[in-house]
Design a protein around this ligand. Structure first.
Ligand code: ZN
Ligand code: ZN
Length: 413
């Protein structure tokens, strides 16, 4: 017995004026999603807790069955794993933006004029040889991730993730100086190493020919790094060992690959899967169908629903939902013919009139041979609330799926 878990990021929404009071799911003509709801059991899910807006990272930890309050390791760790860094215990990882500061050190753009991936990759290359001298035994690893983003890893004994962000998320102010967030010598050492790295990186970037060339062309130079979200490898038991399963993940966005890797999924790389509305969804679905031959659990992540929600574009969200529904059809057919299980849900609500994550529950539907099929016919926030799953928490989902797969041991006698 096998299962597929499909997560459409930021899928949940609210009644929306541009859609005459419907949610995007309600407004969409999404035959395959509605088929999953009709044939399955439905409900709504508080991914973290009722009313708590989840980040995508904590939300996915919960969906994979882990209590995010107990084991959230800071986002930087997931970003590092997502770009393929073999993170080691003790490493401290940060997500970084390439940004632009003026001569007074004021941030004028947190994304360096949305510098291209190719240019940012070249700049990242120039940062790889930075040596830390003020703190002994600290090694620097720097990777470009996508567009204006990169990942910094500080490796060495006695480091801590308790250091403050450099990125203030604001333009018009100086970047923050990294500070220890507790009294430990580890936090002090890490903040010191980070300060030295930033100073050296700033010099290298300011003098880099690519940046000088950008200035000549009237473009913003990427002359500063803005780290944030310090994180360490989470100490958790892999999902494969908890349930005795083989598990594979298919995702475009680095964060999702990182969370999946952190909890023990094998990553299946799909060309053109890029975590945007232009992703190769067909290729991802084909990969998921193939993965079912060798894995017990296949996780498929689609980011596009969240992207258009942050863009505050409910009409586009309807289109994206309809597109996802169409593209999922062969996967739903495969699952039906093999009598496997399939669950579809979101990791949080991102109302497309608000453009940010909110704490409203998300719809969930599970189809498969032994589910208690209810009379819900549509996959949306309102219809699913009447379903037989009722209202569950994100951390309940994995156990519910594993119960159908016969993987949950008896409690008691
Ligand atoms: Zn998300
Ligand atoms: Zn989001």
């Amino acid at each position: 017995m096998k299962a597929v878990l499909i997560v459409c990021d930021g899928l949940g929404d609210r009644p929306t004026r541009a859609l005459r009071g419907l949610t995007p799911l309600q407004a969409a003509r999404a035959d395959t999603l509605n088929r999953i709801a009709s044939e399955g059991e439905c409900g709504i899910m508080d991914v973290i807790a009722p009313g708590q807006p989840p980040g995508s990272d904590t939300a996915h930890l919960a969906l994979f069955g882990y209590d995010p309050y107990a084991c959230y390791p800071g986002r930087g760790a997931f970003e590092a794993l997502g770009v393929g860094v073999e993170l080691q215990p003790g490493d401290v990882a940060f997500r970084c933006n390439f940004g632009t500061v003026n001569d007074d050190g004021i941030v004028i753009d947190r994304r360096a004029g949305r510098i291209s991936s190719e240019e940012a990759r070249q700049l990242a290359e120039a940062l790889k040889d930075i040596r830390i001298e003020s703190v002994s035994g600290v090694q620097v690893i720097f990777h470009h991730s996508s567009e204006h983003r990169g990942v910094l890893v500080l490796r060495g004994e006695g480091l801590s993730r308790c250091v403050s962000d450099v990125d203030t998320h604001k333009a018009g102010v100086k970047p923050a100086v990294p500070q220890p967030l507790d009294d430990s010598p580890e936090a002090e050492r890490t903040a010191k190493a980070l300060r030295e790295f930033l100073e050296k990186a700033g010099k290298i970037l300011a003098e880099h020919p690519l940046n000088l060339e950008r200035v000549k062309r009237g473009l913003l130079p990427a002359n500063i790094l803005l780290p944030r979200g310090a994180g360490t490898l989470p100490k958790i038991e892999p999902i494969t060992r908890i349930w005795g399963i083989r598990a594979a993940a298919i995702a475009g966005g680095g964060l999702y690959k990182g969370v999946a890797r952190a909890v023990g999924f094998d990553l299946i790389q799909v060309p053109g899967a890029n975590g945007t509305v232009n992703t190769n969804l067909r290729g991802k679905v084909e990969a998921a169908i193939r993965a079912l031959d060798s894995y017990d659990l296949v996780f498929l992540h689609v980011k596009a629903t969240d992207n258009v929600s942050h863009d505050k574009n409910p009409v586009k969200k309807v289109e994206v939902i309809e597109w996802i529904s169409r593209e999922l059809t062969p996967l739903v057919e495969k699952v039906t013919s093999e009598e496997y299980y399939l669950a579809i849900t979101g990791d949080h609500t991102t109302p497309s009139e608000v453009g940010e994550h909110r704490g409203d529950p998300v719809p969930i539907a599970i189809m498969g041979p032994d589910v208690r099929r209810d009379d819900v016919k549509r996959f949306d926030e309102i219809s699913c609330a009447r379903g037989s799953l009722c209202r569950i928490r994100g951390t309940d989902l994995m156990r519910i799926l594993m119960n159908y797969l016969g993987r949950v041991p008896l409690f008691g006698e």
